[in-house]
Design a protein around this ligand. Structure first.
Ligand code: OXD
Ligand code: MN
Length: 600
């Protein structure tokens, strides 16, 4: 019998990387138990106190391998302009030659695992398959939490289903004197890290890092970068968005998706604890949404992941009780601190710091220590089924019809608490302008902004401006009535003393409440130069500590400052060399003329 294309590909990778053996991963529970036990034996994982934190583990990485490495992440398309100005680009043939050298013999002495995985429920028309080959058992264990790993995926691929090939190696063969490996329990090759995406062949190659964002290739690499390319070519959208379902006091269910840049509270918002009577919030996803038009002309969201890979520091009963409840068991922690009784701790978990800890580097730590006990990017990796606010039908194959899409950055100035777009094109314009201040606003009418359009800056697999055109096209393919409404939100506006004005967290439900009232036609809002904002009295502020002045500042639209902002958007658009769709240029002009017409 001839070998299948999948088997031939696996053989070729093994030929190149020279592992000692090849193991096909099945996704069965017993296999996961064995992988975890092996990781404990190898000291990559520490088993936590099983009474305090059942079936949970702690990994400490090499201190040089603690985060995604954007400057070593590449989109290798045939044409440079298809990667666009926001991505690192290298000519594909040149990159292939480099990778060949890097991967040559890189798995010697190790086991090469072959992981068949699905992003999305296997039977969903929106699911996409991948095969990750890796020499890291930590990656095998984490992929089993974050994706659907199953032999069934292998069978579907063998039967002809589309799949994304993904190759990962920590880059430390066991047959050499690997002087750069200071931590045998966390092998990595930090000087040579590369995370590469080939656009036309939709392949992923990741070398040198074991850290999740660089090594769990179903997540950012496939579900966003390659996913956005698949979406462009197949008429759907791969987005850096949470998905939540909100039930209103009237008992009606609404699906929201929301894009916020990394570390802007997406997980907290996805698990929001309602503080208004009669509301219920359910968590469908906290990081990635795949959105596709359905036969009814509606946009349908699925969460392609099966777990949360969340930032630990700052997570507490006060900021996100649902996350704290979810990580009580079955959790793999990375780079948090270890308590003396074998549990975990991080900055912000409790008001009072423990007297003694082992920090993320494995050193003794006391409150007098000058470095944080947990790395600021330390993580928990936990199955979504652990989350009490996740409903049983979270992974239903037909997905969730989206009612509203929210975009938000971290803006101290200009951007109101909530603004509704006038149209789909205006909403796409809003998404393209997501940004956060880099420096104090005092330096000018608007501080220097870090642009993060659609919160996709590190994750868009092709030319960002072409991606905006694709958003406009997908909007066109939806029915007028079924098209989600688009809103911009900003929890981070500051007053003249540099203090946050809005309390955030559970009070963000008040913004959701106004959005639902807009969707239901129960409130009319007020037209402003930047979009529709709540009219006086429409936002439910009962029991919120907010002065009359604070409320005014939250919605203040300063003409001079906004004209400066609009000019900066124009300058930003120019960097895309003519790729920005005409509809967005028109939106910018329309904004400028509304601002010109507005009172000073
Ligand atoms: C993440 C990120 O880890 O956005 O989700 O960086
Ligand atoms: Mn993210």
């Amino acid at each position: 019998m001839s070998r299948s294309p999948l088997q031939t590909w696996v053989d070729n990778i093994a030929q190149l990387t020279q592992p000692e053996r090849v193991v096909w991963v099945t996704g069965e529970a017993a296999e996961q138990r064995e992988i975890l036990a092996g990781l404990v034996r190898e000291k990559t994982l520490i088993a936590l106190n099983s009474e305090l934190r059942p079936n949970s583990f702690l990994a400490r990485t090499d201190p040089r391998d603690v985060a995604r490495v954007e400057e070593r992440t590449f989109i290798c398309s045939e044409k440079r302009e298809d990667a666009g100005p926001t991505n690192n680009w290298v000519e594909p043939e040149l990159m292939r030659a480099e990778l060949k050298t890097l991967f040559d013999g890189c798995m010697a002495g190790r086991t090469m695992y072959v992981i068949p995985f699905s992003m999305g429920p296997i039977d969903s028309p929106q699911a996409r398959f991948g095969i990750e080959v890796t020499d890291s058992p930590y990656v095998v264990a984490s992929m089993a939490v974050m994706t659907t790993v199953s032999t069934k995926v292998k069978e579907c691929i063998e039967a002809g289903a589309e799949w994304v090939p993904a190759v990962h190696s920590v880059g430390v063969p066991l047959n050499e004197d690997n002087a750069w490996t200071t931590n045998r329990a966390w092998p990595c090759n930090p000087e040579k890290i590369k995370v590469v995406h080939f656009s036309e062949t939709r392949e992923i190659w990741s070398f040198g890092s074991g850290y999740g964002g660089n090594s769990l290739l179903g997540k950012k690499a496939m579900a966003l970068r390659i996913g956005s390319i698949q979406g462009r070519d197949q008429g759907w959208l791969a987005e850096h968005m949470l998905i939540m379902r909100v039930t209103s006091p009237a008992g009606k269910k609404f699906t929201f998706t929301a894009a916020f840049p990394s570390a802007c509270g997406k997980t907290n918002f996805a698990m929001l604890m309602p503080n208004l009577e009669g509301y219920k919030v359910e968590t469908i996803g906290d990081d990635i949404a795949w959105l596709a038009p359905n036969a009814n002309g509606r946009l349908v969201a699925i969460n392609p992941e099966t777990g949360f890979f969340g930032v630990a520091p700052g997570t507490s009963v006060k900021t996100n009780k649902n996350a704290i409840d979810a990580i009580r068991s079955n959790t793999i922690f990375t780079n948090v601190a270890l308590t003396d009784d074998g549990d975990v701790w991080w900055e912000g978990l409790t008001d009072e710091k423990p007297d003694h800890l082992i920090d993320w580097r494995g050193n003794d730590w006391t409150p007098e220590s000058e470095t944080p006990a947990a790395h600021p990017n330390s993580r928990f990796c936990v199955p979504i089924s652990n989350c009490l606010t996740t409903p049983d039908d979270w992974n239903r194959t037909e997905g969730f019809e989206v009612d509203a899409i929210l975009f938000g950055g971290r803006r101290a100035t200009n951007v109101p608490l909530v603004t509704q777009a006038n149209s789909w094109a205006h909403g796409v314009f809003m998404g393209s302008t997501i940004s956060s201040e880099q420096t104090a606003a005092a330096e000018g009418p608007v501080g220097v902004l870090r642009r993060d359009p659609f919160a996709m800056l590190p994750f868009c697999g092709y030319n960002m401006a072409d991606y905006w055109s694709h958003w406009l096209e997908v909007g066109e393919s939806l029915s007028e009535a079924g098209r989600p409404q688009i809103f911009q939100v900003n929890w981070f506006r500051k007053d003249s003393n540099g203090k946050f004005i809005w309390p955030g967290f559970s009070d963000n439900l008040r913004v959701v409440d106004w959005i639902i009232k807009r969707l239901e036609g129960e409130v009319s809002g007020r037209e402003s130069a930047v979009g529709i904002v709540p009219a006086d009295g429409e936002l439910n502020l009962t029991d919120v500590q907010l002065s009359e002045d604070g409320l005014k500042e939250l919605f203040d639209i300063n003409k001079t400052s906004w004209l400066a902002e609009a000019e900066m958007i124009g300058d930003y658009y120019e960097t895309f060399d003519g790729h920005v769709p005409g509809a967005l240029d028109s939106e910018l002009k329309a904004l400028q003329s509304r601002l010109q017409g507005a009172a000073a």
